[in-house]
Design a protein around this ligand. Structure first.
Ligand SMILES: *Cc1c(COP(=O)(O)O)cnc(C)c1O
Length: 221
C-alpha cells in the first residue's frame, strides 16, 4: 500500500516534471501542528525529516524528545510569532518562515546576537492584502526585505505566503515569485494540502502539507 507521504512526494515529483523543474529542488515540509509523537513517528520512520509547527510552546513540548532519536530533524516555524517568544523559537527552530513585521525582525536580530547564533528567516507576505491576515503588504515588501538584510543583517532565504481561501491560488503564487525574483531571493514557501501541486508548478521550493499527510485535524488550529 502506498503511504500518504509517498503519495504526496509522488505528486510533487509529477508536478515538477510537468513544469520542467527538478523534483529535488522542492522540499516537503510536513506540518505536524496538533499531531502527537505517535502520529509523527511513522513519518520519521519513512524518512521524512523536515517538519513545520505553528506554535512555539507546542513544538517545545514534543520535538526535543523526538530529536533525541532523530537528530537530523529540521524544524520550521510557520505560525505567528510573538516577540516575547523569539528566544525560545530561535533555540528550537532552524528556520522562521513568518517574519512579518519590523518589531519581530528587530527582536530576531537582537536575540540571535545575544544567543550567538544565526537563524535563517523567510519573510511572510500578505499576498492577498487581506485585512485579517499576517504578513507584509506586497507594496512594502522590497523595503522590508532591505531592512531585514541590509540594516538588521538577517539571513533571509526567501518568502512565504498563504493565499486567500477559496480563490485561485495561482495568481498569488506567481506574485510571490515575482517579489522574490526582483529581490534576488531563492526560496519560496507556498502551497498547502489543497494546492501544493499548483504551487510547485508556480516555482515553490517548499510546500507545507498537513492534512494530506496526517488526515483532517480534529480541532481548529
Ligand atoms: C496548517 C498550516 C499548513 C498546512 O495546512 P493543510 O491544509 O493541513 O495542508 C500550511 N501552512 C500553514 C502556515 C499552516 O498554518
Amino acid at each position: 500500500m502506498t503511504s500518504k507521504v509517498e503519495t504526496v512526494l509522488r505528486n510533487i515529483r509529477a508536478a515538477a516534471k510537468d513544469s520542467g523543474r527538478h523534483p529535488e529542488d522542492i522540499r516537503l515540509v510536513a506540518v505536524s501542528k496538533t499531531r502527537d509523537a505517535d502520529a509523527i513517528t511513522p513519518l520519521l520512520d519513512q524518512g521524512q525529516r523536515l517538519f513545520g509547527e505553528n506554535k512555539v510552546q507546542e513544538a517545545a513540548g514534543k520535538w526535543p524528545a523526538l530529536r533525541e532519536k532523530y537528530s537530523d530533524v529540521e524544524l520550521h516555524m510557520i505560525g505567528p510569532l510573538q516577540s516575547n517568544k523569539v528566544r525560545q523559537a530561535i533555540r528550537i527552530f532552524d528556520v522562521i518562515e513568518t517574519i512579518d513585521r519590523p518589531k519581530l525582525a528587530r527582536a530576531i536580530a537582537r536575540i540571535s546576537r545575544e544567543e550567538n547564533t544565526s537563524c535563517v528567516g523567510y519573510i511572510q507576505i500578505n499576498i492577498g492584502q487581506e485585512q485579517q491576515k499576517a504578513g507584509i503588504d506586497p507594496q512594502e515588501a522590497d523595503n522590508f526585505i532591505a531592512l531585514c538584510r541590509d540594516e538588521l543583517k538577517l539571513d533571509i532565504a526567501g518568502l512565504m505566503c498563504i493565499p486567500p481561501a477559496g480563490r485561485e491560488a495561482k495568481t498569488y503564487f506567481l506574485r510571490l515569485r515575482e517579489i522574490a525574483r526582483r529581490n534576488g531571493l531563492d526560496k519560496l514557501s507556498m502551497g498547502m494540502s489543497s494546492d501544493y501541486e499548483t504551487a510547485v508548478r508556480c516555482g515553490a521550493t517548499s510546500v507545507r502539507v498537513g492534512t494530506a499527510l496526517f488526515g483532517a485535524r480534529t480541532y481548529a488550529n
